[in-house]
Design a protein around this ligand. Structure first.
Ligand code: ADP
Ligand code: MG
Length: 224
């Protein structure tokens, strides 16, 4: 009932010329509403590949992904952008903010892309920045903000359109441990209070404190 995203025997093999690189092998997992699921594992263990498949950014070579019970048909590539827009908010290690746009404008841009009503773009951007505790930084440019603040803007942007699932790839990797903890706490509170599903990739053992559940990957497989 609480499951929103379901992976069944999902695999991804990259092709590099004549070589095949198995990055994820037969992973099954459920992501539930209200939880922060932490995906851990050493560098190269397949975390980013797995998260990209969960977010319908990358097509699996085998297996099945369901969102809210409906199978995602990865062969219907034209439908994937709409699926991403509707179901997912993404947060990346490198923030991916536009340097020439202010905090509010960075959020307004995605609001516009997601078809938000023009008249209320600004108000909605300010509302989301308030949620992440940045009401006093709305007109600042990324260069004038700290890493933690930038990542909170990126999180506010991921909340655009109120997606049921947030996926974050190493969101704390460029932050000191205090700011990293703050970002994880924000993600966890979002999951619990808004009943949203949050999956976070990290290789930082300190992230475990914020997780409801931890899955370890090793060589592309779940390690029990
Ligand atoms: P992690 O995020 O845990 O560091 P990745 O998912 O990035 O792991 O990578 C898993 C494996 O897949 C690694 O062996 C990596 O070299 C390989 N890999 C990742 N992306 C590609 C790609 N685009 N082409 C070929 N191999 C890749
Ligand atoms: Mg990675």
């Amino acid at each position: 009932m609480g499951t929103i995203l379901q992976l069944r025997s999902v695999s991804k093999t990259y092709r590099e010329g004549r070589n095949e690189v198995p990055a994820v092998e037969s992973v099954s997992l459920d992501l539930r509403r209200g939880e922060l699921l932490l995906l851990m594992g050493p560098s190269g263990s397949g975390k980013t590949t797995l998260l990209s498949m969960m977010g319908c950014i990358l097509r699996p070579t085998a297996g099945e992904i369901r969102i809210d019970g409906t199978v995602v048909d990865h062969l219907q590539e034209a439908t994937l952008p709409d699926i991403r827009k509707k179901h997912f908010g993404f947060v990346f290690q490198s923030f991916n903010l536009f340097p020439s746009l202010t905090a509010a404008e960075n959020i307004e841009l995605l609001l516009r892309m997601k078809g938000h009503e023009k008249k209320t773009l600004r108000a909605e951007a300010l509302r989301l920045l308030e949620k992440v505790g940045l009401s006093d930084r709305t007109d600042f440019y990324p260069a004038d903000l700290s890493g933690g603040q930038k990542q909170r803007i990126a999180f506010a942007r991921a909340l655009v359109g109120d997606p049921p699932i947030i996926l974050a790839d190493e969101p704390t990797a460029n932050l000191d441990s205090k700011r990293g903890r703050e970002v994880l706490e924000l993600l966890k509170r979002h999951a619990a209070e808004q009943n949203k599903a949050v999956a976070v990739v990290s290789h930082d053992p300190k992230a475990e404190a914020a997780a409801d559940r931890v899955i370890f990957l090793e060589d592309g497989r779940i390690k029990e």
